[in-house]
Design a protein around this ligand. Structure first.
Ligand code: SF4
Ligand code: SF4
Length: 280
């Protein structure tokens, strides 16, 4: 049986919020019996864009992480619903029945991802429904993927084994795998949001002028092992990414055939720019 999955490329999301607005447009003031009661105009963010800033000037990057219901294959919300108020369809989409869920505020707490909100006016739990009402009419993708201008969102209806192969080949990850919920929202380049970098710049003094040093060899080491190696770019910059937060001390080694070498120890908490390192 093929199931719906959504792949989100964190590196392509620019926080335009088109996906959020399309979901609002679809659900505010609109009732879809069997799928979802109208979404409140304020307060609910069924598609919510999280933001994370890394580093410090002049080496800063910002990542945006769209979050929504993960339509989990082993969903705690479905397991907690003994009367069928929350259920998973054969195509993988998890639905909170807008009639059966009336008055059941406990459904909100059953999601470890915090993806379910409470609609005070309608007295019902709600979340993003993968636009199941549109897919059932023949739509090829949910509105969030349709309106995304950067191609950051991609929906696929495929079998589990095909999705597993795709996840492996594209290094896709899910949020909080430790929950054991088997989410079907996958993320590409998730490290931009979850991991850290060590960056810096290398410069030299030439004829009394400070100049960026392009092509210096920079190595990243930890407890005697070499983890990575690169060359500084034309601004003299280097950046080692995909490092774990609070992962201890790293050794940065810098060398250039004309300007010698230098070693710097960097204890890593959060992402950091170590500043300008001068070779002589
Ligand atoms: S529409 Fe695309 S680029 Fe814009 S916020 Fe949503 S995922 Fe990001
Ligand atoms: S993300 Fe939460 S609401 Fe959505 S299926 Fe998983 S457990 Fe249920």
């Amino acid at each position: 049986m093929k199931k719906w999955n959504l792949v989100i490329d964190v590196a392509k999301c620019n926080n335009c919020n088109n996906c959020f607005l399309a979901d609002k447009d679809e659900h505010v003031d609109n009732d879809y019996p069997g799928y979802a009661a109208p979404q409140p105009r304020h307060g609910h963010r069924w598609i919510d864009i999280m933001r994370r800033e890394r580093g410090r000037a002049p080496m800063v990057d910002i990542a945006y992480l769209p979050t929504l219901c993960n339509h989990c294959d082993d969903a705690p919300c479905v397991k907690a619903s003994l009367d069928g108020a929350v259920y998973q369809r054969p195509d993988g989409i998890v639905i909170i029945d807008p009639q059966k869920a009336v008055g059941k505020r406990e459904i909100v707490a059953s999601c470890p991802y915090g993806a379910i909100g409470w609609n005070e006016e309608k007295n019902v739990a709600q979340k993003w429904i993968f636009d199941a009402h549109l897919l059932d009419q023949g739509w090829k993708e949910p509105r969030c993927a349709q309106v995304c201008p950067t191609g950051a969102m991609r929906s696929l209806k495929v079998g589990d084994s095909e999705m597993g192969k795709l996840a492996a080949s594209e290094a896709l990850e899910v949020l909080h795998p430790e929950f054991g919920a088997k989410p079907r929202i996958y993320y590409k380049n998730l490290y931009r949001f979850t991991q850290c970098f060590i960056g810096g710049s290398v410069a030299v003094e030439r004829n009394g002028v400070i100049d960026c040093l392009e092509g210096a060899r920079v190595t990243l080491g930890k407890t005697g092992a070499r983890l990575a190696e690169l060359k500084t770019d034309n601004y003299g910059d280097f950046k080692f990414d995909k490092l774990d937060k609070d992962s201890g001390s790293y050794t940065i080694g810098i060398s250039h055939p004309d300007y010698g070498n230098k070693t710097v120890e960097v204890p890593l908490g959060e992402s950091q720019y170590v500043g300008v390192i001068y070779l002589r």
